[in-house]
Design a binder for this molecule. Structure first.
Ligand SMILES: Nc1ncnc2c1ncn2[C@@H]1O[C@H](COP(=O)(O)OP(=O)(O)OP(=O)(O)O)[C@@H](O)[C@H]1O
Ligand SMILES: [Mg+2]
Length: 453
């Protein structure tokens, strides 16, 4: 029996490697999603609070500038020589607009007919007078605020006694938000680079972590495979001995007591089934360990001849159920592969088609070539497989409820083996099926010179 070498460094099998990359990929995708959402939320929060600060500043400036509107209406020189501002007790900040205005801000005064009266500040923009807050996305981007000035109160939306109140004019204040844009851009870059670095570190950590996490799992899986392989291998010889002995006994009915004849026939049939099962398990254990093991006996195989051989061996079963098997070879196709295994593959598929098709049903086998692919289809008019069960049919030991009857014998390994053989030949197997209508298995085999003869 093969003993595992405890000194050899542990290498994850391709199956676990791909699982490892899948876990890593999913966790990174989730992390990217989370960091993208957090970047957007933080960006939105900062942008909102920075713009709110601008609007607050503009409101104070507009309120302050409103006090000069009457004076500017009377004399435009009031812009250059502003009147002295006094405490008026109207509840707002009693600072003159000259003290409040910063570079990058401008103030415009309009009369009650929205006629332009004057401007302070160098910001250039053109926009119709619109009450309230406004954002201009030019160069530079500008935030605007326009308020209505009344004779006794100077803000829009306040509760005003209508009979004594009239509009004096409008004030529009503006501020360039270029600095905010620049800050937000910096924030975005900082966050993105920070997150990228974090993701890189998480990815790097993930490579080590996933390996460590999968190692015990992969080891026990490998041990299980080793056990299955070894057990099947060890069972082979005694089983062959039993089978040979029973066959010899069976070939001499005169030596057997008539009461024991049936028992002996059952032993022979059970031994054959067991041998079949052991062979299947051994093949699966081998393909699990090394997909290339089939590459040893690679030859050119004319698929027509191979399919004819398979059909010939299963014809008696089909005839027994009066199943009509039609064959349609569109052209001769030669593939490179392991003849014994390919025979096993199509034998499993055709065997299923016969097994799961009621008497007097139909089976159609087609062979054709498309570009660099051989396409073999085995279609039956049998019991079919429901859409919910279809994803499981290639699983080991899986059998549909409808197939588990005493009349239909099977272990549930046939399709798992078929899939392994197809994969070892770098091909693909697909299935389409409808319950109570039939199934169609399609095998795609590459026509390459990949294997060395
Ligand atoms: N042509 C088919 N029509 C309907 N059901 C099918 C067909 N082929 C496979 N199945 C379903 O898929 C299951 C798995 O098939 P598979 O060939 O692996 O096992 P099995 O035929 O039950 O046993 P064995 O290992 O002897 O082949 C079957 O039990 C059956 O339920
Ligand atoms: Mg089968």
């Amino acid at each position: 029996m093969k003993q595992p070498d405890s000194n050899r460094p542990f290498v994850l099998s391709p199956r676990f490697q791909s699982l490892r990359w899948q876990i890593l990929g999913y966790s990174l995708a989730i992390m990217i999603g989370i960091s993208a959402i957090s970047i957007i939320l933080v960006y939105q929060y900062f942008a909102h609070s920075l713009y709110q600060q601008v609007n607050e500043r503009l409101k104070v400036l507009a309120d302050s500038a409103a006090h000069s509107l009457e004076a500017i209406k009377k004399d435009k020189n009031a812009l250059i020589n502003p009147p002295i501002r006094r405490l008026d007790g109207d509840g707002d900040l009693d600072l003159s607009w000259q003290n409040l205005q910063q570079s990058g801000q401008s103030i415009e005064w309009f009369d009650q007919d929205q006629k332009f009266l004057g401007k302070s500040g160098k910001l250039n923009f053109s926009s119709p007078l619109i009450l309230g807050e406004q954002t201009l996305s030019g160069k530079p981007p500008i935030q605007l605020l326009t308020i209505t000035v009344y004779n006794n109160k100077h803000s829009q939306g306040q509760d005003i006694n209508a009979s004594e109140t009239y509009i004096v004019g409008y004030i529009r204040v503006a501020e360039s938000t270029e600095h905010i844009h620049a800050n937000l851009q910096r924030l975005l870059w900082g966050f993105s680079i920070g997150n990228l670095l974090t993701l890189g570190l998480i990815g790097f950590g993930g490579i080590i972590l996933t390996r460590q996490a999968l190692k015990p799992l992969a080891k026990s899986y490998e041990q299980l495979q080793q056990f299955t392989g070894d057990a099947s291998h060890e069972l082979r010889s005694p089983l062959t001995a039993i089978k040979t002995s029973v066959e010899v006994l069976h070939s001499h009915p005169e030596r057997i007591h008539p009461q024991d004849w049936e028992k002996l026939t059952n032993i022979l049939s059970a031994t054959e089934q067991m041998k079949h099962l052991v062979e299947d398990l051994l093949l699966l254990a081998r393909t699990d360990n090394d997909l290339d093991f089939m590459a040893q006996d690679i030859v050119n195989i004319p698929l027509e001849d191979l399919l004819d051989d398979v059909l010939l061996s299963l014809e008696p079963q089909a005839e027994q159920k009066a199943i009509n098997v039609k064959v349609h070879y569109f052209q001769s196709v030669i593939v490179q592969g392991n003849a014994f295994q390919l025979q096993r593959l199509f034998s499993n598929l055709l065997n299923n088609a016969i097994k799961y098709t009621p008497s007097e049903g139909q089976i159609k086998i087609t062979l054709q070539q498309e570009e660099k692919k051989a396409i073999i289809q085995i279609e039956d008019s049998g019991i079919g497989i429901s859409a919910e069960q279809l994803p499981f049919i290639f699983d080991r030991f899986w059998r549909a409820e409808s197939a588990r009857t005493p009349q239909i014998k099977g272990t549930g390994l046939g399709l798992a083996i078929a899939e392994s053989i197809v994969q070892a030949h770098e091909g693909k197997i697909t299935v389409k099926s409808q319950l109570n209508k039939g199934s169609c298995f399609t095998v795609y085999l590459p026509i390459t010179t990949h294997f060395q003869e």
